[in-house]
Design a protein around this ligand. Structure first.
Ligand SMILES: [Zn+2]
Length: 358
């Protein structure tokens, strides 16, 4: 059985659907995801499983009893697999467990689902930096990973970039942007129907109906550069919700070809760099002198490491670790290696600054 092959059934839902042409006693395996939809229990002998990594297994049973037996057995198998995973992870990775607890307990708003206010949400949208309940996570997954990258807080792997984004955003900050103006529409509660929740979630993230008014005084790319330079996460969330690929890769100026990602790397800001990469920042871009983001990140890491050596402070330690993780992140995404480059790490203070001193 395919179920034990991955963690991808964390939010596994099994859907039974009505089918006019039941292929009795025949099971097919296809590629696609787990879905929970309404079904007609009288006629449907068909069901399918959709995983988090978007694989789908499609089954036909010969009658409803056989189908229900299969569904129950598969659900139990998923549950067993998850419980096994959870307990083994809790034992082997206490640091990660503590990090997850910090995201849940210390980030403002994270005690309740970002979309329906259900208590103790266990699911995350990585790129949105929010926590949500299991039902809302299923709806998010249906939006597609270009809108929301859903992960389990307790079961998935949590590399430093993902953690940094979750710590930098959180439900309160995210909703100050995504629910800035809800136009008197009523937000669903924990007891609302799935349909109500889905309507809200699609209006919020897919149609972007509740975002703050657009600032028309400055091109979006330049707004992004300003926000990154100021480490203004709220502004970055807002701008990224509206930018296209070209705007994400805007340069500081015609002669200063640093992009927002270069600037985030110069500051050693792992969370912002990760957000930009998820929003299609070009990790292979180079500045006017051919320097890659990796060169900037390495320079920032050296500065942070030196500072830690001289001060031995906790903040300097965190900063050094974060910068190192940023270097690793860029390598993971294929940012080219560079050598023999000296960068002092100056960043522009204002939009359009032509200060290219590095
Ligand atoms: Zn919810």
């Amino acid at each position: 059985m395919v179920l034990s092959s991955s963690n991808s059934f964390l939010n596994g839902e099994i859907a039974k659907t009505e089918t006019p042409n039941v292929k009795k006693r025949h099971r097919r395996v296809k590629s696609s995801g787990v879905k929970n939809s309404e079904y007609d229990d009288n006629d449907g002998y068909e069901f399918y499983i959709v995983s988090l990594d978007n694989k789908q297994w499609h089954f036909d049973a010969s009658n409803s009893d056989e189908r229900d037996e299969w569904v129950a057995a598969i659900e139990q198998q998923i549950l067993n697999s998850l419980q096994l995973n959870e307990s083994s992870k809790a034992k082997t990775n206490p640091v990660e467990a503590a990090t997850i607890q910090s995201i849940k307990n210390r980030v403002p708003g994270n005690s309740h689902c970002v979309d329906c206010d259900a208590a103790n949400p266990d699911w995350a949208s990585l790129n949105l930096g929010v926590l949500m309940c299991i039902e809302c996570s299923g709806i998010h997954r249906n939006l597609g990973s270009h809108i929301s990258r859903v992960r389990s807080m307790d079961l998935d792997e949590w590399p430093p970039g993902n953690v940094a984004v979750m710590l930098a955003i959180g439900n309160t900050l995210a909703n100050s942007v995504w629910e800035c103006q809800t136009q008197n529409k009523t937000k669903p509660g924990p007891a609302s129907s799935r349909e109500e929740k889905e309507r809200w979630i699609r209006a919020k993230y897919e149609n972007k109906e509740f975002l703050p008014p657009l600032n028309n005084t400055m091109p979006l790319g330049q707004q992004l550069i300003d926000s990154v330079c100021g480490s203004n996460v709220k502004a970055i969330i807002h701008v990224l919700a509206r930018t296209n690929v070209q705007e994400v890769n805007t340069t500081v100026g015609p002669r200063d070809l640093r992009t927002p990602l270069h600037l985030a790397c110069a500051m050693g800001n792992l969370a912002i760099a990760q957000l930009l990469i998820w929003h299609n920042a070009d990790v292979k871009c180079v500045d006017q002198d051919g320097r890659t983001c990796l060169a900037y990140a390495k320079a920032a890491a050296s500065i942070a490491a030196a500072k830690y050596q001289s001060t031995n402070s906790l903040n300097a330690d965190v900063s050094a670790t974060t910068s190192k993780s940023l270097v690793e992140l860029l390598l993971t995404y294929g940012c080219p290696e560079v050598s023999s480059v000296s960068i002092s790490g100056t960043i522009p203070r204002r939009r359009g600054s032509q200060n290219v001193e590095m």
